[in-house]
Design a protein around this ligand. Structure first.
Ligand code: PLP
Length: 414
């Protein structure tokens, strides 16, 4: 239970909202209520200004230190890497690889660590609640290697079935790749316990952190996972940018991902050798402005009181659940005991797409459908859900507006 007085929390959030220009607009003639943060978050001025300032001033390529601006760009680019390192508690900046997003981070591990270490008959465990981007890269790898992707079961309430997981552990399991937080249900998975069990089995653990870092502090050392991937755009930073954390000894043993400039030590027709970490995995000109602006997003978050932000998200999801019970006719999809501020639901008798369209007319942005988690929808026996995914800048008044909207939808659709 939060000990922060409600009035203090609400005043703080109102102030924080002023930092996000896109929140203050009208859609369909109504004030925007943005509850699609699981898809992407809005950006604070600090990020927008940072990216624009980069292009207006130091814009240059990095690591080609022939001139003043290139040196400045490189300094800012590498400072952003250290900001990310500190943000997730990694030991060294070399363990932070820039990617284009979570999807690329997972594909990188599948194509490099996976190609080297997965063989015929091996097993890769992923949970039934994974996003397609944490299923398909492993299926491609398994197909190539004669290995098997095996689902870890999910309970009816949306929690991972830890007993089911324990039963699957055996020597053939070489890798477990699992979401920190489910994008469709909000369930927070017990990564620490999973890693502990994986260690006994000597399996490697990759965490899909796409929905984790935006909701709470992540410490990769404490989690003791081997890989952790996330996307900047879900963390209030720019699109086309992401991070893959990997333990140094694993990254060092992995072959490169893509060939090109920057990732080589020496290149000749007699053979090519690889650059040191992290550059071995960063072929070609990176998203320089994106990396620097992601650094700005994290610095912005660091400047906020994350206890208040977490308390806000807690209040919002509890309120949504309470109001759902009051309204009636709502089936909440995903009631894990540990849950982020993701409210996935079905309005009984109505199609989620119609609910989404009616809410949109009222200025309320949610997402409907399978949320790139078709195996989960099949497991739950539903075609999809309506999902209001909330960030700390959402308010209790907005949750009330969502339920007013649902009340209207009920009269209209049922
Ligand atoms: N994993 C999860 C849990 C997600 O929610 C998403 C995006 O919604 C992804 C992976 C893919 O992220 P991106 O499209 O930014 O690569």
């Amino acid at each position: 239970m939060s000990t922060i007085p409600a009035a203090e929390r609400q005043a703080y959030i109102e102030k924080v909202r002023q930092d996000f220009p896109a929140l203050h607009q009208q859609v369909h003639g109504k004030p925007l209520i943005y509850m699609d943060n699981g898809a992407t978050t809005h950006k604070p001025n600090a990020v927008i200004d940072c990216e624009s300032t980069f292009y207006k001033t130091v814009n240059s390529n990095v690591h080609r230190g022939a001139h003043y601006l290139s040196d400045k760009a490189t300094e800012q680019f590498e400072a952003a890497r250290r900001t990310v390192q500190n943000f997730i508690g990694a030991l060294k900046p070399e363990e932070i690889i820039w990617t284009s997003g979570t999807t690329e981070g997972i594909n990188l591990v599948a194509s490099t660590w996976g190609r080297k270490n997965i063989g015929p008959g091996d097993r890769i465990l992923v949970s039934e609640m994974e996003h397609h981007s944490n299923i398909v890269p492993w299926q491609i790898l398994a197909e190539e290697k004669g290995a098997e992707v095996v689902p870890i079961p999910v309970l009816d309430n949306g929690e991972l079935d830890l007993n089911g997981f324990a039963e699957l552990m055996e020597p053939r399991v070489k890798l477990i790749s699992i979401a920190h937080v489910s994008n469709s249900l909000g369930s927070i998975n017990p990564i620490h316990d999973i890693v502990r069990m994986a260690r006994i089995n000597e399996s490697v653990v990759m965490v899909d952190g796409a929905q984790g870092v935006s909701h709470f502090d992540v410490d990769v050392l404490r989690l003791d996972c081997d890989f952790y991937a996330f996307s900047s755009h879900k963390l209030f930073g720019p699109t086309g940018m992401g991070v893959l954390y990997g333990k140094e000894e694993l990254l060092n043993e992995m072959p490169p991902y893509r060939g090109g400039g920057e990732m080589i030590d020496r290149c000749s027709f007699d053979g090519t050798t690889w650059n040191q970490l992290p550059y071995k995995f960063e072929a070609g000109t990176p998203n320089i402005a994106g990396a620097i602006a992601l650094g700005a997003a994290i610095e912005y978050l660091n400047s906020l009181d994350r206890k208040i932000l977490a308390a806000q998200e807690d209040v919002l999801i509890k309120k949504a659940h309470e109001m759902a019970a009051e309204l009636g006719g709502i089936r909440i999809v995903g009631e894990a005991r540990k849950k982020a501020s993701v409210f996935s639901f079905l309005l009984e008798g109505a199609h989620p797409a119609d609910v989404g369209a009616l809410l949109d007319q009222q200025g309320i942005a949610i997402r409907t459908g399978h949320h790139c988690a078709q195996p989960l929808m099949a497991r739950l026996g539903i075609p999809g859900t309506a999902r209001a995914s909330m960030a700390f800048y959402n308010t209790e008044a907005e949750v009330e507006a969502l339920f007013k909207g649902l009340e209207k939808a009920k009269t209209f659709l049922l």
